[in-house]
Design a protein around this ligand. Structure first.
Ligand SMILES: *[C@@H]1O[C@H](CO)[C@@H](O)[C@H](O)[C@H]1NC(C)=O
Ligand SMILES: *[C@@H]1O[C@H](CO)[C@@H](O)[C@H](O)[C@H]1NC(C)=O
Ligand SMILES: *[C@@H]1O[C@H](CO)[C@@H](O)[C@H](O)[C@H]1NC(C)=O
Ligand SMILES: *[C@@H]1O[C@H](CO)[C@@H](O)[C@H](O)[C@H]1NC(C)=O
Length: 504
């Protein structure tokens, strides 16, 4: 009896030795992973390695009193995980001002113009597109109904090694196997062709800078949700805080800027990270200024000192420079990213560019075939110092001067231009990398081929957190087993049980 009790104590001590988790990437996916690992294993040590800025592809900039989101800018109101994370981090979700009117431009003229009178807009919709809008209207909501099936799975700790399994479990996989264009043709014949080329393409260009032929039907439906149910929010003070504040609340140690060059597996199954040149020693997330954080220097070619029990790669491998020497990874399908340039211009739009006498629209989308180098234009607000309008344009390349001169009245000024590898170049049928790359090594940027959004990043983070937690619990149990033979059975069984209920 006595000796068993003693063994139990010893085993308990050795198991409580802090487990260490590395998260590579300090965007929404990485923050979500850190948050859900922390929820499941209160005492784990979580270290985040971010090579640029916390927030990932959510970054904002103050332009003379107007806080401009240059990357991920809005969240749909039913994106429950982003809402949960924001609430956990004490962040406020606010509605962006939505008092403006929308128009659609085909490169020569405005083909659709919203009116201040709802009924007039409706009549114009019917006049141009017939009743096709009506027949399509419920499609994004029907897709989302399936999408909501993901949440109970995440809540009860169901894990999937591959994104396809998750998508199949909720009935969304097929949406990723056809282009939006093919999907619409199959379900609506050619009745939606004009609507698809104009309004639908316009929305998809705003969200993904890609057309209906390229985009898969899932991403296409996701991007249309706010158009069919226009209720969106953003994080007060900037969307990048979703990552930085969640990491703070998760008590993660943040190394920023710190680029990981290699992940190596040790003989005992744990992982060693090798960092590129200088990197911060790491500090509590709260001490890192979102965007500019750096706490301390460490020598170049540094190796993070102690091995990690699990690693979550929460950044697209493409362009990350990450290598995995000695690890036999599963096939990771080649993927390209769509370059999108966000340009902020201070000045007045030339109404004549759109054939208008006054610029009455606050957002202009472009049709699929519009021969213009920009893909959306939207009013951001007015500068605090001199009350001049600020506009944001998206394009695939830097906008040539000749174009900005054509579009804006003389005296305009380019305030910001930022180039992003913004989202995958969709390529249906989509072929996705696994969430689980190896025992203890997980990938939280694999679902992005299905649809790219902050909510999807949060889902990837949570799924990989659940996988990592299962792994950590099994590793703890195995260690416990190694310490005291009498405890092998009990320990392994308990681990199996805990593993089943892991991470929520
Ligand atoms: C936060 O993490 C650090 C480093 O792992 C640890 O020393 C500290 O006790 C943690 N703080 C809380 C409140 O859990
Ligand atoms: C988790 O939830 C899903 C969907 O509600 C259900 O099918 C599954 O059986 C649940 N699994 C567990 C382990 O509770
Ligand atoms: C800024 O300019 C607009 C348009 O001319 C005007 O309606 C508004 O009152 C001005 N605001 C301030 C603070 O001057
Ligand atoms: C965009 O920004 C870069 C670097 O800030 C600058 O060199 C370039 O002139 C800008 N391009 C335009 C079109 O304003």
């Amino acid at each position: 009896m006595w000796s068993t009790a003693l063994l139990l104590v010893i085993a308990a001590c050795s198991v409580s030795a802090t487990q260490r988790v590395a998260v590579i990437g300090g965007g929404v996916a990485g923050a979500s992973a850190a948050h859900y690992i922390r929820q499941a294993i209160g005492e784990a040590s979580i270290e985040v390695f971010e090579r640029n800025q916390l927030g990932g592809r959510a970054q904002e900039q103050d332009c003379d009193g107007v806080l401009v989101e240059l990357g991920a800018s809005i969240v749909w109101h039913k994106n429950y995980l982003v809402k949960d994370l924001a609430a956990a981090a004490g962040l406020e979700c606010v509605s962006p001002p939505s008092d403006g009117l929308l128009a659609v431009y085909d490169g020569k003229e405005l083909v659709f113009e919203q009116s201040t009178w709802g009924i007039v807009s409706l009549l114009r919709l019917i006049l141009r597109y017939g009743f096709s809008w009506w027949s399509f209207r419920s499609a994004p909501a029907a897709m989302f109904e399936k999408f909501t099936g993901i949440y109970p799975l995440l809540d009860n700790g169901t894990t999937f090694d591959r994104p396809e399994q998750l998508l199949k479990a909720v009935g969304l996989y097929e949406y990723t196997q056809a282009s939006l264009f093919e999907y619409l043709r199959e379900n609506y014949g050619s009745s939606l062709d004009l609507l698809a080329k104009e309004l639908i393409a316009g929305v998809n260009k705003v969200n993904y800078n890609q057309n209906n032929m390229q985009i898969n039907a899932l991403a296409g439906h996701v991007s249309l949700l706010p158009a069919t149910e226009p209720s969106v929010f953003k994080i007060k003070g900037g969307n990048s805080q979703l990552a930085s504040r969640v990491l703070q609340v998760a008590n993660a140690t943040v190394h920023c800027p710190a680029a990981v060059a290699a992940v190596q597996q040790l003989a005992d199954g744990r992982f060693q990270l090798e960092l590129q040149k200088q990197a911060g020693h790491g500090c509590p997330a709260g001490d890192v200024q979102a965007g500019a954080g750096q706490c301390a220097e460490s020598p170049s070619g540094a190796t993070a000192p102690q091995p990690f029990d699990a690693v979550v790669v929460a950044t697209p491998l493409e362009g990350s420079g990450l290598t995995f020497p000695g690890l036999h990874l599963p096939v990771i399908p080649a993927r390209k990213f769509q370059q999108t340039v966000a340009t902020v211009i201070k000045g007045a739009v030339r109404p004549s560019y759109f054939g208008l006498s006054a610029m009455t629209y606050s957002a202009v989308m472009v049709t699929e075939e519009a021969a213009v180098p920009w893909s959306s234009l939207s009013l951001l607000g007015r500068t605090a110092s001199d009350n001049v309008t600020l506009w944001k344009l998206f394009s695939s390349e830097r906008l040539p001067h000749a174009w900005t001169e054509m579009m804006f009245e003389a005296g305009y000024e380019v305030v910001v231009n930022k180039t992003w590898s913004a989202y995958p170049k969709f390529d249906p049928p989509e072929d996705m990398a696994p969430f689980k790359l190896a025992d203890g090594l997980f990938y939280a940027a694999a679902l992005e081929n299905a649809a790219s959004a902050m909510e999807v990043a949060a889902i990837e983070g949570r799924m990989t957190a659940a996988l990592a937690v299962k792994h950590l619990r099994a590793a703890a149990a195995a260690q416990q087993a190694g310490q005291g033979p009498q405890l092998v059975q009990a320990g392994a069984e308990r681990a199996a049980e805990e593993g089943a209920a892991a991470a929520a």
